[in-house]
Design a protein around this ligand. Structure first.
Ligand code: NAD
Length: 491
């Protein structure tokens, strides 16, 4: 289908909740509007779930659990792989919904749908490798076996920046391990995760295994956390919301995994390949309009390399194309999700400039009629920054990369670690001893040296400090959805 026809077929629809394989209105008929970040016009109406809807979704999920958890891992693998095969055929439609509601250009949105199917397939494979242990024991008539069983109904709570990908990191291990789930996307980007989950069910995941409730975090999210049948919560979002979730869910003593905010440093040593460093920093700092937990939020560069690095970064930032990724899916950057995000970016830049930073490029909205109604902002680089500036301390969550120089490596490491966050750290050097010093000293769940390839299905993603609790991705994540049982038999 041509893009314009596809867009026309997707805009202006009323969306229900998705419970037990059916689209239903909220029990009290409450609705919310979804807005386009490209022009701030309404693109859809969604149902706002009530407490009664939360109960209905959880009860249906519990009923589905009694069957889904009884299938063998091999049966689940076959069903999941068939379902993702179908979802891939829907990638244009779901990707376009993401472009419409999130602002992420269509090509990137579509890739996110395909990548999310790959993640589900990865976990379908891992599901058949959840091996227990048979240990030697202290007596010949004793046997000791460790085995695993799915926890039950899971609440999967997701943010708006990667609405489907971050959901797939939870759906994948939950489905493969035999759990059932209630998904709660954000009110900003509910459509693509909803369409993804509906397509999974159309593709063969049994009704009731994946349910979706749209609505406010305080009502739907907390309703799920307080429901006695919910045995696990997996959430990605801000650190403050993560702490609130921990507090509300604590009395149940059930499983929790949280992927939270970041303030990710990048250290560029004097001997680094500056072209490569600039490429990674600009890609990671600006892509998705800087609305990424793993964005490069602060650059520390050796004094002798500062001028050259900044000039290469400037050239790369100014080359990025910006526009409405719905009408031109190939642009590098779309609008930011919310106008309030643009205001935060402006505040952080103003604070830095007041405290002595130099504006290298950007710092304002792009000019032109096509940008007037949307939440657009130019890729921005700030030089000569220091730790008194908000942009060096808080998560700006916008297309801003601040740069500060350092005199020696130990100073750079100390500055990089001087934060409450510990999600990702980047470093660039050609020296092997420096590589190991950085890899071991940087306090973050992921350290990328000479690259920006943060997330892969096969490696764990775990935030240190205020950046998270528990693990997502990799084989390890599946154990976040399983209860451990030690069976000891005497005969
Ligand atoms: P947010 O914290 O505002 O919301 C996240 C989700 O939590 C939403 O679905 C929201 O409705 C829900 N929620 C809000 N209050 C709740 C409550 N009281 N109980 C239960 N659920 C509640 O986050 P956001 O603004 O959507 O996303 C941006 C944040 O996410 C940034 O801080 C970013 O760094 C972080 N993030 C982290 C990762 C990671 O993997 N570490 C990845 C992407 C984004």
């Amino acid at each position: 289908m041509q893009n314009a026809t596809l867009v026309e077929s997707l805009v202006g629809l009323d969306w229900g909740l998705f419970i037990n394989g059916e689209s239903v209105p909220s029990s009290d008929n409450q609705t919310l509007k979804v807005y386009s970040p490209a022009n701030n016009e309404v693109i859809a109406t969604i149902a706002a779930a009530s407490g009664q809807d939360v109960d209905s979704a959880v009860q249906n999920s519990q009923a589905a659990f009694s069957k889904w958890s009884k299938l063998t891992a091999y049966q689940r693998k076959a069903i999941i792989e068939k379902a993702t095969g179908y979802v891939r055929t829907q990638a244009d439609r779901i990707g376009m919904l993401m472009a419409l509601e999130q602002g992420k250009p269509f090509n990137q949105s579509r890739s996110e749908i395909i990548g999310s199917c790959d993640t589900l397939d990865y976990y379908a494979e891992e599901g058949i490798r959840v091996e227990g242990v048979i240990s030697p024991t202290e007596a010949n008539n004793l046997r000791s076996m460790i085995q695993y069983s799915p926890v039950g109904v899971c609440a999967l709570i997701t943010p708006w920046n990667y609405p489907v990908s971050l959901l797939s990191w939870k759906l994948g291990p939950a489905l493969a391990s035999g759990c059932t789930m209630v998904v709660k996307p954000t009110t900003e980007t509910p459509l693509s995760p909803m369409a993804f989950c509906v397509a999974l069910t159309e593709g063969g995941i049994p009704a009731g295994v994946v349910n979706v409730l749209t609505g406010k975090g305080s009502v739907v999210g907390e309703g799920l956390l307080r429901h006695k049948l919910v045995k696990k919560v997996a959430m990605t979002g801000s650190s403050n919301t993560g702490k609130r979730i921990m507090e509300v869910f604590a009395p149940s003593l059930n499983k929790v995994s949280l992927e939270l905010g970041g303030q990710c440093p990048a250290i560029v040593c004097e001997d680094a390949d500056l072209e490569q460093a600039a490429e990674v920093i600009i890609y990671k700092g600006i892509r998705n309009m800087g609305q990424s937990c793993s964005s490069v939020n602060r650059v520390y560069v050796a004094k002798a390399a500062q001028a050259k690095l900044v000039s290469i970064m400037k050239a790369k930032a100014e080359k990025m194309s910006i526009g409405d990724g719905v009408t031109d899916g190939s642009v590098d950057l779309g609008p930011m999700v919310q106008q309030s995000g643009v205001e935060t970016v402006k505040e952080h830049i103003a604070d830095a400039l007041l405290k002595g930073a130099t504006l290298v490029t950007g710092g304002k909205e792009p000019e032109g009629e096509q940008y007037e109604k949307g939440n657009y902002f130019l890729p921005t680089i700030l030089n000569n920054c220091n730790s008194t500036m908000i942009v060096m301390e808080e998560e700006t969550f916008g297309p801003v990369v601040p740069v500060e120089s350092f005199e020696n490596l130990e100073e750079a490491i100390a500055k990089a670690n001087d934060t409450n966050y510990g999600l990702v750290a980047y470093a660039f050097t050609k020296d092997m001893a420096t590589t190991f010093r950085l890899a071991e000293a940087l306090e973050a769940g992921t350290v990328c040296i000479n690259n920006g390839k943060v997330n892969t299905n096969y490696a764990p993603y775990a935030g240190w400090k205020d950046s998270g609790y528990g693990v997502e991705l990799s084989r390890k994540a599946i154990f976040e959805y399983l209860n451990t049982k030690h069976v000891k038999i005497e005969f």
